[in-house]
Structures are given as structure tokens and as C-alpha cells.
Design a protein around this ligand. Structure first.
Ligand SMILES: Cc1cc2nc3c(=O)[nH]c(=O)nc-3n(C[C@H](O)[C@H](O)[C@H](O)COP(=O)(O)O)c2cc1C
Length: 378
């Protein structure tokens, strides 16, 4: 019923489920975590300043690293200077990456102040100049990720998309929000659907895909060729595997407390070698745990305990205590706690889907009452 793969020129993306670029999240360690679980068709690095990559700044080169078997991987760059972006893209190609992705979506003031990211949506001449320069510099596939517009008055993604296609961009990702929406706004995917109908290159839908219902809705409401998932993958790195199984008609992928615990500990361990000091490791652990525990019973108590942790061992102690408790709770129930909807929702057109999904996710936990929190108030 829905597509299961797409091609960027001759590069097959299968399944058509892509990990979104996320600054401070989708570094090599996180991408390894997601890939180790499976179901992801392509990964993307966090955004990297084209200028820094061009100058060979060590941190930028670190951010552009990928594993030899991470195939395909897209390296995302941002910036407003066409010549720097072109040089950075060439460095990416020389490093053996498979795709160069241009960021036309970042809403941050810092990036927009220098005419990068989503501010390019209101600077069509510069936007075209950058795409053209990068296209001329590399032979590997070129993609662009953008928001649906700058603000409610300028939802011009279909026009920008046509421009990109004319200049040789080979696939587009569209996040339904405008720059002005930041991470709020009311779900409106009409510009994704319109873009899909106006260009021949693959269009990938992005924004609030967190489970089967929201994934199906994106396909159904827009006709996109694939899905890109960001925050949903931090909350639930099994989402790709779960969606792939669902769309392939395979048995549901159920993730229990023991599996969540195992994966989280492996990830934490992998961070130790990556940061210069424990402070950096702890900061990243807190960031990921903040997402990972959303929707789990007493997840907010774990988040608080985590935030208060002074060192790595303390945070790992909290993790062990929480998931031990969760495993106990699950042993008294028929199925593990999960954010995934057991049944895809068939909402009527025009229904407030965001509200419906939220209600679904907040549905009371099935089974006996919960035992007291593993983190009683002190
Ligand atoms: C912590 C964080 C960092 C992000 N960094 C980037 C980035 O570096 N490049 C980019 O194009 N988008 C970035 N985004 C936007 C995501 O790629 C994605 O478009 C957005 O979160 C909507 O998708 P989602 O609802 O699946 O998260 C970031 C989002 C988050 C939450």
C-alpha cells in the first residue's frame, strides 16, 4: 500500500526510513546505536558548518566521521557562502560519503543570522547559488532538507523544491513546520503533498513521526516516498525496526524493559571514549535519557534523578534501579510498556490528528495498578 524504498539516482534507500540529522545527538555513537538495532535505510550526521569543514577544523571533521559499513550515510552541511559549501561538499565526497545534504531548515538564530538554514527559504537567489555551486563541485548524490516555509505568509517549499530539482538536487526532505513554528505549530502537511505533486525527485516527509499511526498518516496525507524520523528515534531507537516490520507485514517488534536497559547501557558505555571528560559524557547521557524516558511510567522521576546526578556512576545507578523496577512491573502484565500504538488509527480526513495521537499516547497503562515510584520523594 505504501512505498517501501526509494532511489536517490542509483542509490537504493531500503527501507525508506531515514534517521534525521540532529545536532548534539546523531553523532557516530548514536548512529551506531540506531544501526545496531536495525530497520533504518539511511543515517544522517548532525549539521556541520561548511566553512569549518572547508578549513579542516578538527571538530568539524570529527562530526563528519562515519563507519566503513555505514552505507548509505548523508553528511549534512550548512552555511551561506556558496564557495565554502562547495569546498566542504568536495571534502565530503573525497572522504567517501554517499550523499551530501544541504540544510535549508535550521531555525536557530545563530545560523539564520548568517543567512544559513531556514533563512535561505526567503533568499531564493542565494539558495539557488549555493545549490548550483555544490552541484558543480560533486558527483555524489545531493539532497536538501528544508522546512515548509519561513513563516505562515511564506510557505514556499514547493517553489524552492522546484528550484532545487532544476539545479540537480536528487531528493528532498520536507519538515511540515515553518521556521516561525520552531517546534510547535499545528500539523499541516499540505505543502509536503503539494511539493510531492510538483517534483519528480523523491520527497521524504518529516515531522512528529513517532509510531505506526503517525507514519501511516504521513504516507497517506502526502504521498511521500519515505519518512525521516528525528525525536521519535531518540525516544525509541527501535522505531525504524518497528515500522519496517509493520509495513512488511511482519510480527510486531515489542521492546521490553530488559532490552531498553541493555541498549541504554551499551550506548552510555560507548560515550566514554568519545568525550574529553566525564562532564561531556554525563551531559550527553542526560540529554538522551531525557527523551528516552518520555512516556514510560514514572519516567519523569527518572529524568529528575538523572538531572541531579553528579557523576556517571550515579546516573548509571539510577538507570539500573529504574529498569529493574520496570522489568518487575512488566512481569505482572501481558505486554511491555510501549509508546507504539498497538493498532494504527484510521482517522477521518481533517480530524485533529495531533490531539488524537496525544490522547492515544496518554492512554492509561493497561494491567494492575503501578507499584510506587522507584524514586520516592526524599
Ligand atoms: C536536538 C535536535 C537537533 C536538530 N538538529 C538538526 C540538524 O543538525 N540539522 C537539521 O536539518 N535538522 C535538525 N533538527 C531537526 C530534525 O532533523 C527534524 O527535522 C525535526 O526534529 C522534526 O522531526 P521529528 O519530529 O521527527 O523530530 C534537529 C532537531 C532536534 C530535536
Amino acid at each position: 500500500m505504501f512505498p517501501s524504498s526509494y532511489r536517490i539516482r542509483d542509490l537504493l534507500i531500503e527501507p525508506n526510513l531515514v534517521l534525521a540529522p540532529m545536532e548534539g545527538v546523531t553523532d557516530l555513537m548514536f548512529r551506531r546505536l540506531v544501526r545496531s538495532i536495525g530497520g533504518v535505510g539511511m543515517t544522517t550526521t548532525e549539521f556541520i558548518a561548511g566553512e569549518a569543514l572547508r578549513r579542516g577544523v578538527a571538530r568539524a571533521e570529527m562530526m563528519a566521521r562515519f563507519d566503513p559499513d555505514e552505507n548509505p550515510v548523508a553528511i549534512q552541511i550548512y552555511g551561506a557562502k556558496a564557495s565554502s559549501m562547495a569546498e566542504a561538499a568536495r571534502a565530503i565526497q573525497d572522504a567517501g560519503a554517499h550523499v551530501v545534504d544541504l540544510n535549508y531548515g535550521c531555525p536557530s538564530k545563530k545560523v539564520c543570522a548568517h543567512s544559513g538554514g531556514s533563512s535561505l527559504l526567503r533568499e531564493p537567489v542565494l539558495a539557488r547559488e549555493i545549490v548550483r555551486a555544490v552541484r558543480a563541485a560533486v558527483t555524489i548524490p545531493l539532497t536538501v532538507k528544508m522546512r515548509c516555509g519561513f513563516d505562515a505568509h511564506q510557505r514556499n517549499a514547493p517553489l524552492v523544491a522546484r528550484m532545487c530539482e532544476e539545479e540537480g538536487v536528487e531528493s528532498l526532505v520536507l519538515h511540515w513546520r515553518t521556521r516561525a513554528d520552531l517546534y510547535g505549530g499545528t500539523r499541516a502537511v499540505d505543502k509536503i503533498a503539494e511539493t510531492k505533486s510538483r517534483v519528480k525527485i523523491p520527497v521524504i516527509g518529516n515531522g512528529d513521526i513517532v509510531d505506526v499511526a503517525s507514519a501511516e498518516a504521513m504516507f497517506r496525507d502526502t504521498g511521500v516516498d519515505g519518512l525521516m524520523i528525528g525525536r521519535g528515534a531518540i525516544k525509541n531507537p527501535w522505531i525504524f525496526k518497528q515500522l519496517r516490520a509493520h509495513f512488511a507485514g511482519l510480527p510486531e517488534v515489542v521492546v521490553d524493559a530488559a532490552e531498553k536497559h541493555r541498549v541504554l547501557l551499551i550506548y552510555f558505555d560507548s560515550l566514554r571514549g568519545e568525550f574529553r571528560n566525564d562532564h561531556g559524557v554525563l551531559g550527553r547521557m542526560k540529554k538522551i535519557a531525557n527523551y528516552f524516558t518520555h512516556g514510560l511510567p514514572y519516567g519523569s522521576d527518572l529524568r529528575l534523578a538523572f538531572l541531579r546526578s553528579q557523576n556517571i556512576d550515579e546516573a548509571i545507578g539510577h538507570t539500573n534501579r529504574y529498569f529493574g523496577w520496570l522489568a518487575e512491573e512488566e512481569s505482572r502484565r501481558e505486554r511491555p510498556f510501549s509508546l507504539q500504538s498497538p493498532q494504527p488509527k484510521n482517522l477521518p480526513a481533517g480530524a485533529d490528528q495531533t490531539a488524537a495521537w496525544a490522547a492515544e499516547r496518554l492512554a492509561p497503562v493497561q494491567g494492575p495498578p503501578l507499584s510506587p515510584s522507584p524514586f520516592p520523594p526524599s
